[in-house]
Design a protein around this ligand. Structure first.
Ligand SMILES: Cc1cc2nc3c(=O)[nH]c(=O)nc-3n(C[C@H](O)[C@H](O)[C@H](O)COP(=O)(O)OP(=O)(O)OC[C@H]3O[C@@H](n4cnc5c(N)ncnc54)[C@H](O)[C@@H]3O)c2cc1C
Length: 459
């Protein structure tokens, strides 16, 4: 008898769960109210990285003389940029939807909510956006993967014109003359880099004394130094408490009385889960104080056949993690967890920050090991001695490898530098597969390649 699996939300978690479960033989219905691919595709990962890619190309032209090229100054074409961002997101979304449908997934464009422990009410939308009559889908298992939305406190005075949240920044109506970014976590620093490379003057309000407060201090210091070199102003130890617009100016007021004035302000201070209006109480699904749905290691909520994954689950808010959770949920729903199943280890998820230079890390960080009092071996190799980095004209950054001094097992690593988001995959595999530093050191890498810095760090 086929398992009826209903998924609410078509972001990375929902899509991966739908694809895996359908491959394993479930009858799958996926309900998505915006676009397949989710907020990740429409607002977050994809548009931000597409804008950053354009900014990176412009930044490269600024360094062109060091590559032996004589080039006129490049500037962004806002219309072309917006069209490019829209088109990438649309192509990704339609190809994902086509693929799911070809696998037999029933994809419904509409909104959904729980109306009982095994019942999901689906309100489909027509092509023109109008809702048609709702129907109730009976489900053996349900996945809630509705994601999150940017946190917008009342004091922020967001107006969508000059005081923006991230989702209002692309396509930007204009390239801001002077953008004040509030929030120095991953999203905040990526927007600093994005708009600085597109030509804006940028000021970053940092509530503590370090950007990226959760990251290795050496990594954060490398980014700060690059920001300062590229003309970004850092205002440290400043907690924003109000944002006010007056004419063409925006003032960000800080707790200590400082006021920072720019042409635009952007708020990047985290997100809140999309759990309101989902009918959780009608199925007996509990949330925590923050509105997230707590889960166990199978991503089950307190109601065993109702799962939560992605940002809604309050775990690591990354598209990659959401997708892996989705896959694990599908495997559990289909009973595969009883064989050869590895739980998702959130501590071993690789992550990257798409600034310039890029930053990426995985596993145990040096500062974390120090705080835990754990003995580690740390080896560090700067890209300044790497042939490919010299050839590419970008020798910024380093590779740092953390290993167990007694066994040589790779525990983690950080990379600051060009293509760090790609290179970290090698360390991520090593951490997940419990490889030793010798395994990396004895692997014959391509020459000349940035990856050679990894084997050098493993020696
Ligand atoms: C600016 C920014 C950049 C980011 N960049 C990266 C990155 O580079 N790499 C990375 O790994 N992570 C990145 N993230 C994080 C990543 O976007 C999220 O972790 C990821 O999108 C979470 O996926 P999800 O499956 O929870 O759902 P989401 O992508 O949030 O999608 C949830 C979907 O559910 C739908 N939905 C909600 N309620 C209902 C309902 N009642 N009925 C039907 N549908 C509903 C929504 O329309 C939405 O499409 C970024 C985040 C931000 C804010």
């Amino acid at each position: 008898m086929s398992v009826h699996f209903v998924i609410v939300g078509g972001g990375p978690a929902g899509v991966e769960a739908a694809s895996t479960a359908s491959r394993l033989g479930a009858s799958v219905t996926l309900v998505e109210r915006d676009v397949v691919g989710g907020a990740a595709n429409l607002w977050d990962c994809i548009p931000s990285k597409a804008m950053i890619a354009t900014g990176g190309a412009i930044a490269l032209t600024r360094r062109s003389t060091s590559l032996g090229i004589s080039l006129a100054a490049a500037s962004p074409d806002l219309d072309a940029l917006c069209e490019r961002v829209r088109s990438i997101s649309e192509r990704l979304s339609s190809s994902t939807k086509r693929q799911l449908e070809s696998q037999g997934v029933r994809v419904v464009h509409g909104s959904a909510k729980l109306v009982g422990p095994h019942k999901v009410q689906v309100s489909p939308y027509q092509a023109d956006g109008h809702q048609v009559d709702p129907f109730v889908a009976e489900a053996d298992a349900i996945l809630l993967a509705t994601g999150s939305t940017p946190r917008v406190p009342e004091w922020a005075g967001v107006d969508g014109d000059r005081i923006l949240v991230t989702r209002q920044a692309y396509p930007p109506p204009t390239i801001p003359e002077h953008l004040v970014v509030v929030g120095s976590g991953v999203t905040g620093v990526e927007f600093v880099h994005m708009f600085r490379s597109l030509g804006s003057r940028v000021t970053l309000i940092v509530s503590r004394q370090q950007v990226l407060p959760m990251k290795d201090p050496e990594v954060a210091a490398a980014l700060e130094s690059d920001f300062l070199d590229s003309g970004v102003t850092l205002v440290k130890g400043a907690r924003a408490v109000a944002m006010k617009r007056s004419g063409d100016e925006v003032a960000v007021m800080c707790e200590d009385g400082r006021s920072i004035v720019g042409s635009h302000a952007l708020l990047a201070i985290g997100s809140i889960p999309s759990s309101a209006g989902l009918g959780l109480d009608l199925a007996g699904v509990e949330t925590n104080d923050g509105g997230y749905v707590p889960i166990n290691h199978h991503c089950q909520s307190n109601v065993p056949h109702v799962y939560a994954a992605g940002d809604l689950s309050g775990r690591l808010p990354l598209a990659s993690v959401a997708a892996m959770q989705g896959r694990k949920v599908a495997e559990h729903v289909m009973g595969l967890h009883t064989r050869d199943h590895r739980h998702l280890d959130y501590d071993k998820a690789a992550s990257a920050i798409f600034t310039e230079p890029e930053i990426a890390d995985v596993g145990l960080a040096e500062a974390e090991a120090f705080a835990l009092g754990r003995k580690i071996r740390v080896t560090k190799v700067p890209f300044a001695v790497n042939a490919k980095a010299m050839i590419d004209g970008d020798p910024r950054g380093f590779v740092k490898l953390v290993s167990d001094p007694s066994t040589g097992v790779v525990l983690g690593g950080s990379i600051v530098g060009a293509h760090a988001a790609e290179l970290i995959s090698v360390i991520a595999v090593a951490v997940t597969a419990h490889l030793r530093v010798d395994d990396l050191a004895e692997t014959v890498f391509v020459h000349p390649a940035l990856a050679e810095a990894l084997s050098a760090a493993a020696e």
